[in-house]
Design a binder for this molecule. Structure first.
Ligand code: UDP
Ligand code: MG
Length: 159
């Protein structure tokens, strides 16, 4: 892995991915983690977490002027979340595809939201929308840092 030229648009990135409280309550954690695992991305951090209010507000601060912001923060604080960081080439855009459109009724079948959710206000999962936000959100949710490890099956995933 490594020496062969790849498309410039595909970069190694990290994405902050979170199973929201409804996904935890509904027992969807294993199902959701399994999809990222099977895809081949590398898990760099994982915790079941009672989100502090300030973290939820900071995470969604770009949406603070939206009419649904208050309900959104309340939703994220309504129970524990499973916070994760996944690493890989193009992982940010790929995770968004695995997750599906924001409104689950518009999400394609086969995506997490398309298969597992109905309402935008209970859409079970978050994924960073850009590499910069992947870094920003990771720093916010994992100030303790990530786990460094060798994924020994890499030769079977990457040429
Ligand atoms: N959301 C909502 N109502 C809306 C739009 C968004 O409750 O009309 C919630 C929903 O949980 C969504 C989150 O706000 O996942 C963040 O919105 P964003 O547009 O960033 O969607 P995402 O990136 O999660 O697909
Ligand atoms: Mg978003």
């Amino acid at each position: 892995a490594g020496s062969r030229a790849r498309a410039v648009s595909v970069r190694n990135e990290i994405s902050y991915v979170m199973v929201k409280p409804d996904g935890v309550q509904r027992g969807l954690v294993g199902e959701i983690i399994g999809r990222f695992e099977r895809k081949g991305f590398k898990l760099r951090a994982l915790k079941l977490y009672s989100t502090p209010k300030e973290v939820a507000e900071e995470h969604y601060k770009d949406l603070s002027s939206k009419p649904f912001y208050k309900d959104l923060v309340q939703y994220i604080l309504s129970g524990p979340v499973v916070a994760m960081v996944w690493e890989g080439d193009g992982v940010v855009a790929s995770a968004r595809k695995l997750i599906g459109a924001t409104n689950p009724l518009a999400s394609e079948p086969g995506t997490i939201r398309g298969d597992l959710a109905i309402e935008v206000g209970r859409n079970v999962i978050h994924g960073s929308d850009s590499p910069d936000n992947g870094e920003r959100e990771t720093a916010l949710w994992f100030p303790e840092g990530l786990v460094k490890w060798d994924q020994t099956l890499e030769p079977w995933l990457k040429e």
